[in-house]
Design a protein around this ligand. Structure first.
Ligand code: PLP
Length: 476
């Protein structure tokens, strides 16, 4: 028969789709009963899979049932309300459904012309976020700058560095390779993505200066300024500074205003990495963390961390989009089209490294509309309040000490008994499956981190986490 095929029909899709949505809803109902940290051994998941791919079609029922049998045991439940590790990668119903819509439309939005809605919804949502987060108006698409969605903060920090490199070398590096003694700066506490960016951008890790921090783990502007001067005196070309709003280790907040002034005085590109803590700026009372952001040339934050938008979703803003586009734009004949030639549209392929791009803004648009600004603010405030409550409990227990300021939703703390005790305590808690938390080192000491940012975490989960920590500490 001419119309015979192996494809799933719309009728089948409807039926299986219902099964999948039920599976997801059941998963969320039962997630608390599952051990947060996956308990499997290396190779265990693969050993449950057949060595060869199926020669013949399998039933959808068989595929779905392997989600329970094969996949779930190997899942660390990032969406569990008892997940307090790293920084969150939270999700929500509207985000998941928005992502499904994006999959369904399946558009490739590299150019405005290849799906105008993909570009225009994205531009619009990113403009909304400028107002929602109190960011400078120069990041609006209606001014000299604009925002774009990328996969991760790592990618957008790399793009910032590339644009900074080209600005500093008058676009020579793109042609000849990077030969101009460029030097980049960030703090000792910055995320490793900045180090990776200097590797990928051809700057070289020898030319990344890690500036020392103060007692709150924030970058010291005086030392930054001294280092820039030393590099200038040595005939080098300082071109890029990345400051962090909410470092990964301890949520330290670099002083943006002072750092931005130094960048301006030295004609250096000023990038701000607010990967997780940027979300806090939804609430006016937390916006002090980004005081000075108006001096930034670029800014990155991840709705896929704390803003209920499932991975991956990063917002990247530049003050001068021309610098970014001139850095990354190449126009082969096969992409030429009238809309591009007219100059009236954004072609987001020129704003990041990949050519192809999906309709990633749909999930963010769904989230912002479903929660509304007040809903997002409510949830963020609640997370911060829970973390602050946890901080109080830690302070009151003489066995523990607080290891760093906790301005928002991350608490760094440690048992006074030393590194070994803290490591044992963490391992016992994580092995129990009751909760998951991770560690860092601050001033050389093993330090526990508890971050409250999971969508469904409530006061009761944080209370339970603290009582489990106390209980295990009592056994050490
Ligand atoms: N910057 C900071 C401050 C982070 O905490 C992280 C991740 O935790 C990143 C960058 C990297 O984020 P991504 O995974 O989106 O590249």
């Amino acid at each position: 028969m001419a119309d015979e095929s192996y494809h799933m029909t719309p009728q089948q899709f409807r039926a299986y789709g219902r099964d999948v949505v039920d599976w997801i809803a059941n998963y969320y109902e039962e997630i608390e009963t599952l051990p947060v940290l996956s308990q499997v051994k290396p190779g265990q998941i693969r050993s449950a899979l057949p060595p060869d791919p199926p020669r013949h079609p399998e039933s959808f029922e068989a595929i779905l049932s392997d989600m329970n049998r094969v996949v779930l045991p190997g899942i660390t439940h990032w969406q569990s309300p008892n997940f307090f590790a790293y920084f969150p990668a939270n999700a929500s119903g509207p985000a998941i459904l928005g992502d499904l819509m994006s999959s369904a439309l399946g558009v490739q939005g590299m150019l405005w012309a290849t799906s105008p809605a993909c570009t225009e919804v994205e531009t619009h949502v990113l403009d909304w976020l400028v107002a929602m987060l109190g960011l400078p108006e120069k990041f609006l698409s209606s001014s000299s700058g604009g925002g774009v969605l990328q996969d991760t903060a790592s990618s957008s920090s790399l793009c910032a560095m590339l644009a900074a490199r080209e600005r500093a070398t008058n676009y020579r590096s793109n042609r000849r390779g990077c030969q101009e003694g460029l030097v980049a700066y960030t703090s000792t506490q910055a995320h490793s993505s900045i180090e990776k960016a200097v590797m990928v951008a051809g700057i070289g890790t020898d030319n990344l200066r890690l500036i020392e921090v103060d007692s709150t783990f924030a970058m010291r502007p005086d030392l930054l300024s001294d280092q820039i001067q030393r590099d200038r005196d040595a005939g080098l070309l300082p071109f890029f500074v990345s400051a962090t709003v909410g470092t990964t280790s301890s949520n330290a907040i670099d002083p943006l205003a002072a750092i931005g002034d130094i960048c301006h005085a030295n004609n250096i590109w000023f990038h701000v990495d607010a990967a997780m803590s940027g979300t806090a700026a939804l609430c006016p009372e937390f916006r002090h963390i980004q005081h000075g952001v108006e001096l930034a040339d670029s800014y990155t934050f991840n709705p896929h961390k704390w803003m209920f938008t499932n991975f991956d979703c990063n917002c990247f803003y530049v003050a001068n989009r021309k610098a970014l586009i001139d850095t990354l734009s190449i126009l082969p004949e096969y992409l030429r089209n009238q809309a591009t030639e007219s100059g009236e549209v954004f072609d987001y392929r020129d704003w990041h490294i990949p050519l192809g791009r999906r309709f990633r803004s749909l999930k963010l648009w769904f989230v912002i509309r479903y929660y509304g600004v007040e809903g997002l603010q409510f949830q963020v405030r609640r997370h911060v309040a829970m973390a602050q409550q946890f901080l109080e409990w830690v302070k009151r227990d003489k066995r523990f000490e607080v290891a760093a300021p906790a301005p928002l939703n991350l608490v760094c703390f440690r048992h006074r008994g030393g590194d070994k005790i803290n490591e044992d305590l963490m391992n016992r808690l994580n092995r129990s499956g009751d909760l998951y938390l991770t560690h860092t080192r601050l001033n050389g000491q093993f330090t526990l981190r508890l971050c409250v940012g999971q969508t469904n975490t409530t006061e009761h989960h944080v209370e339970r986490a603290w009582s489990r920590i106390q209980e295990e500490a009592g056994k050490l």
